[in-house]
Design a protein around this ligand. Structure first.
Ligand SMILES: C[S@@+](CC[C@H](N)C(=O)[O-])C[C@H]1O[C@@H](n2cnc3c(N)ncnc32)[C@H](O)[C@@H]1O
Length: 206
């Protein structure tokens, strides 16, 4: 696989969960304050029905997990590359033992472990690709993962910092029947994320 070193570092680094969020090394990759954003993704994806099978690519802090579990989906499956985060996720799952949702986690890079037999009603993606490979990976998610793993009328959403670039918009428009776009502002994000106050929620429906 390309970018082997980048991914090896990501897989093996020891994650730290602190009062602000999830840290890899010295910087945060996810903040608790992103909850309103993850709430909106979950609402767009799951508010209309409760027997959904959900795939969450990149468990992270489990903020999206907590948002989506409120809609009581039939199943929730996370794909997570970082070993420490997988352990953290299993701990969080234990706190939700009362839910009827079947919860699973698959350890590994989605690029390596996604199979084309599992089908989901909903796919959420929030990962961190190397900068020079970001768009290629996004295309692969939209064209291949959504092709093989989304059920008919399935929905797809992803983390988007700032406005949706035209290239992504055209890709989604070509691939999906409907694309719903909404921008959300999150204030009081920690200083290093000051310039990233606006986020787009682009939920697409097959
Ligand atoms: C920004 S965090 C996700 C935050 C999550 N949406 C939440 O609500 O807390 C990104 C996560 O994706 C994982 N990740 C990054 N690239 C990945 C890949 N290619 N396959 C699987 N997991 C990946 C990282 O280890 C990290 O835990």
């Amino acid at each position: 696989m390309f970018h082997r070193k980048y991914y090896e570092r990501m897989i093996n680094c020891v994650p730290i969960v602190d009062k602000d969020g999830l840290k890899y090394g010295s910087h945060h990759v996810m903040y608790w304050k992103e909850k309103p954003l993850m709430d909106l993704h979950a609402k767009r994806l799951c508010a209309d029905k409760s027997d959904y099978d959900v795939l969450d690519i990149g468990f992270g802090l489990g903020v999206f997990f907590r948002s989506v579990i409120a809609y009581a989906p039939r199943s929730y499956t996370a794909i997570e590359a970082n070993k420490g985060v997988v352990k953290y996720a299993l701990k969080i799952f234990r706190d939700y033992h009362w839910t009827k949702t079947n919860m699973h986690i698959k350890e590994g890079l989605w690029q390596n472990i996604i199979d084309n037999r599992s089908k989901y009603d909903v796919i959420m993606s929030d990962t961190c690709s190397p900068k020079d490979n970001r768009e290629e990976e996004f295309q692969c998610l939209v064209n291949q993962v959504c092709d093989y793993n989304l059920k008919e009328n399935g929905k797809f959403s992803f983390f988007q910092n700032g406005e949706l670039p035209d290239s992504r918009y055209y890709l989604l428009e070509k691939r999906f029947k409907h694309v719903f776009i909404e921008t959300i502002q999150i204030d009081n994000l920690p200083i290093e994320w000051k310039k990233k106050r606006l986020f787009t929620v682009a939920t697409s429906e097959l």
